[in-house]
Design a protein around this ligand. Structure first.
Ligand SMILES: Cc1cc2nc3c(=O)[nH]c(=O)nc-3n(C[C@H](O)[C@H](O)[C@H](O)COP(=O)(O)OP(=O)(O)OC[C@H]3O[C@@H](n4cnc5c(N)ncnc54)[C@H](O)[C@@H]3O)c2cc1C
Length: 472
């Protein structure tokens, strides 16, 4: 329980509006999106300025009060909730700092406060004919501070990169209470350590982000959405490389799904149908986009498609001719997770390996899983364009879900060992949080963990910032 003297002092420091002790309001910040984690705290600070955020952090550091920063609370790894471990953290929510501050069309950049949603960034950019290219299903709720702290990816990483690649500058309240003034809009800055990059993916362990500046790109005004049938992941990977060349590097989405995954969608999601007549072992959802109306892109794409069909690299394909058709293709991909829920328990791994290793990774890991967990249904799908697979393993048809989910840890170990073998990452998206910290420590080289710990100790010697995540 937070001592009354601290609540009183913080109220006089920040004002009534910035100190929340109402149990009902607190409760709405303590459940994670999937309901997997339930947080606990009796105090939430909601500063409305950078100066107030720094004052709050400084007070907490002086009084050894641990803090969990929270944005939209859409992270899925137990990183945005207090009270999940042995620490009794308080929350600091950035929800009152939610404004877009500037769209600089000439510099192609956007600056916003930490609590601003991704949807608001996209909207503000679109009003100037520009695109904030990060796109993810949680974009209506997730925030500037959250996407930076988890280095969010999403659908368009293949073409535009992750949040790390889009971030130009950051302002943050450091655990010392000082304000880090790194809010620049520079594309070139060779002046030593890139401290703002250290805050990307830090999951709130090194300070509270208060503002950020991101790159924008010209809006996509020409878009082609395709649904293709491929024999195997190896074919899909080589197809991707060729499509990138043939379209002048304008492939912005390249997703693969196995036939079983599509079957589950067609069976469980109302109103869906396969775009192709004959079934295929694998499918690809591909999008090619341009910021011009130049018709040569469509011509190049059609010629590439023709060749891919002739050489047997794809066995069939459909190009959306209407917006509705494109939406229908997307719905098949976006319903994958939902459809799998209807088939019982699923053990999930959100991993990445080099794109060229995807075929061997899927083949070898599937074989190992099938040998060790008889009857399990390996159903990987995802952003092959950037090497990220949702490597989901579903329970045998009709099996007892609880018994299957008891294999969670053993299966994680098998899959993550394979990830390490292929030079990959056990967390391609979402971060480590409190969920994957043991696995991170088990799989990351000791020197890397030691260096991370040294950085954490240097910037946050009292360990007040989100102490329950990243490290065991
Ligand atoms: C439906 C759905 C789809 C998703 N799809 C994707 C996807 O495609 N790709 C992907 O990468 N992720 C995805 N995610 C997870 C993803 O991590 C987030 O949606 C997003 O990055 C989190 O933003 P948030 O504002 O909700 O952060 P929160 O969940 O509030 O916090 C996440 C982490 O960031 C820290 N943090 C938040 N704000 C600050 C701040 N101001 N300063 C310092 N630390 C801070 C928190 O302490 C926590 O550790 C998805 C989540 C959902 C629910």
């Amino acid at each position: 329980m937070t001592a009354a003297q601290h609540i009183k002092a913080l109220t006089s420091l920040l004002g009534d509006k910035s100190v929340v002790i109402d149990a009902g309001i607190l409760a709405s910040h303590l459940e994670e999106w999937r309901g997997k984690f339930h947080g606990h705290t009796d105090l939430m600070l909601t500063p409305s300025s950078t100066a107030d955020t720094a004052k709050a952090v400084s007070y907490c550091a002086d009084n050894d009060i641990k803090i969990v920063p929270q944005g939209g609370n859409t992270g899925l790894v137990g990183g945005s909730l207090p009270g999940l471990g042995s620490y009794k953290e308080i929350l600091i929510s950035m929800k009152r700092m939610n404004r877009v501050l500037e769209v600089d069309a000439a510099n192609m950049s956007i600056t916003a406060e930490a609590g601003c949603t991704v949807a608001a960034l996209q909207q503000a950019a679109a009003e100037k004919g520009l695109l904030f290219p990060l796109s993810l299903a949680s974009e209506g709720s997730c925030t500037v501070g959250g996407i930076i702290s988890t280095n969010a990816g999403g659908m368009h990483v293949l073409r535009y990169g992750t949040t790390r690649a889009l971030t130009l500058g950051i302002e943050a309240a450091l655990p010392s209470g000082e304000i880090y003034q790194g809010l620049n809009a520079l594309r070139k800055d060779n002046t030593g350590y890139a401290l703002e990059q250290l805050l990307v993916g830090a999951e709130g362990t090194l300070g509270v982000i208060t503002k950020a500046t991101f790159k924008l790109v010209p809006a996509e005004i020409q878009k082609h959405t395709l649904w293709l049938a491929a024999k195997d992941p190896a074919g899909a990977v080589s197809l991707l490389a060729e499509a990138r060349k043939a379209t002048g590097e304008r492939v912005s989405v390249f997703e693969i799904m196995p036939h079983a995954g599509l079957e589950f969608v067609l069976e469980h999601i109302a109103g869906t149908r396969s775009p192709l007549e004959a079934p295929s072992p694998w499918y690809i959802l591909m999008e090619v986009a341009s910021c011009t109306t130049d018709p040569s892109l469509a011509i190049a794409l059609e010629s590439w498609l023709h060749t891919a069909l002739e050489t047997g690299q794809i066995t069939d394909g459909a190009m959306a001719t209407t917006k509705q058709q494109a939406t229908d293709f997307w719905r098949l991909r976006e319903s994958m997770s939902e459809a799998q829920k209807h088939e019982g328990g699923s053990i999930k791994h959100d991993i990445s390996v080099p794109v060229s290793s995807i075929p061997a990774f899927i083949k070898e890991t599937t074989l190992l899983l099938e040998q060790q967990f008889a009857g399990c249904r390996v159903t990987p799908f995802g952003h092959v364009g950037d090497g990220n697979l949702h490597f989901n393993v579903m329970q045998p048809a009709g099996a007892n879900t609880e018994n299957f989910l008891a294999y969670w840890e053993a299966m994680n170990i098998l899959v993550h060992d394979q990830v390490v073998k292929f030079g990959g990452s056990i967390s391609a998206e979402h971060g480590i949080g409190s969920l994957k910290k043991q696995e991170q420590e088990r799989t990351k080289p000791v020197a890397e963990i030691t260096a991370m710990q040294a950085i954490k100790n240097a910037l946050d010697p009292k360990n007040i910032m989100n102490p329950n995540v990243l490290f065991t």
